[in-house]
Design a protein around this ligand. Structure first.
Ligand SMILES: [Zn+2]
Length: 334
């Protein structure tokens, strides 16, 4: 092998390793076009395109929308959407919900991806059909047709033909013990989707990620992006044995001064959507009291900007964890 060939080989390996991790899941690429937002996002009726984005964009900023609603480009003679839906990255099929009446997601698909060692889950909702022969466990490639856009949902109002879209999410995964947690919290409700219930997935903003990838090219680093989330609050959880630090060890900042057997819990930084993007092990001596969960600080600027998950609440001058916040920590550490 000559030298030039070898270096070309290394270059191609490097390009593969650092290639853009995510792609848009349909042929609609207007997100990347200047002023293309109206051709890309499907808002809720009577609102502008921002209502189709990720974030506190519904009910006057007090309701979270955890994905992107992407407009259809193709329709059949009856006006039904027919756009092929493609994986946002190479991955594995982990869940196919073929019972549209069981979720406001309608018929939906969840894929697992490994991006630089980090597990990320993409979700595609309101589908009309899966690709024939698609099975759980199957490996899929980005660009391959895995489903067809539709407008399935179990909500009372449904999705009109005009608003036909795919609801697209990128998520991290909260807890392997979700089923037990669900049983405890909703004893009378049937758990239709097991660990693939949307509540067990915590969304990150696909729009920000895709635009950062476009702007940064091969320098884009998903882990770094996650670590840079604006902080809503900092909490201490008096527990060490739970799924999150095992699944996402890259988010744990280990302090070699604390021996492993002395770790009493984790100080965690959460973003407004409840994503724990930084965990710092703490010894018992470093944390006052004996409470299971302690709110350490709140970033008021971030709370004012993105309040819709209502994870913290203010009583006079004092901030405290809300029921939503406590619920989330309970799910995370169950
Ligand atoms: Zn949506």
């Amino acid at each position: 092998m000559n030298k030039c060939f070898i270096s070309a080989l290394f270059l191609s390996i490097e390009l593969t390793a650092f290639a853009q991790p995510f792609h848009l899941p349909t042929a609609n690429q207007a997100l990347f076009e200047k002023g293309g937002e109206e051709r890309f996002f499907v808002p809720t009726t009577g609102h502008d395109w921002t209502a189709g984005c990720f974030g506190c964009v519904r009910s006057g900023g007090w309701q979270m929308h955890e994905g992107l609603d992407i407009k259809c480009l193709q329709r059949d003679r009856r006006g039904e959407p027919t756009d092929p839906v493609m994986p946002a990255a190479d991955g594995t099929v982990v869940y196919m919900s073929d019972h549209p009446a069981l979720s406001n997601y309608g018929r939906y698909l969840v894929l697992r991806h490994n991006i630089g060692g980090m597990e990320i889950y993409s979700l595609y909702a309101h589908l009309s059909a899966f690709a024939p022969d698609l099975k759980v466990g199957q490996t899929v490639r980005s660009g391959e047709k895995v489903a067809v856009m539709g407008r399935t949902s179990n909500t009372h109002e449904g999705i009109s033909k005009e608003r036909a879209h795919v609801h697209f999410e990128l998520n991290l995964f909260y807890n392997d013990h979700f089923k037990l947690w669900y049983k405890k919290h909703y004893p009378t409700e049937h758990d239709d989707h097991g660990i693939w219930n949307g509540q067990n997935l915590v969304g990150i903003d696909p729009r920000l990620i895709l635009l950062a990838e476009r702007d940064e090219g091969p320098r884009f680093d998903l882990l770094h992006w996650v670590q840079q989330r604006p902080e809503l609050c900092r909490v201490f959880v008096r527990k060490t044995d739970f799924s999150w630090p095992r699944r996402y060890p890259m988010l744990v900042k280990n302090d070699p001064a604390i021996p492993k057997d002395r770790i009493a819990g984790y100080e965690m930084a959460l973003d407004f959507n409840g994503l724990p993007f930084e965990l710092i092990p703490r010894s018992a001596a470093q944390v006052k009291g004996t409470a299971k969960y302690t709110l350490l600080s709140v970033n008021e600027t971030e709370y004012v900007k993105n309040p819709c998950r209502k994870l913290v609440t203010r009583q006079g001058k004092h901030w405290q964890l809300s029921n939503n916040g406590l619920n989330l920590l309970d799910l995370l550490t169950y």
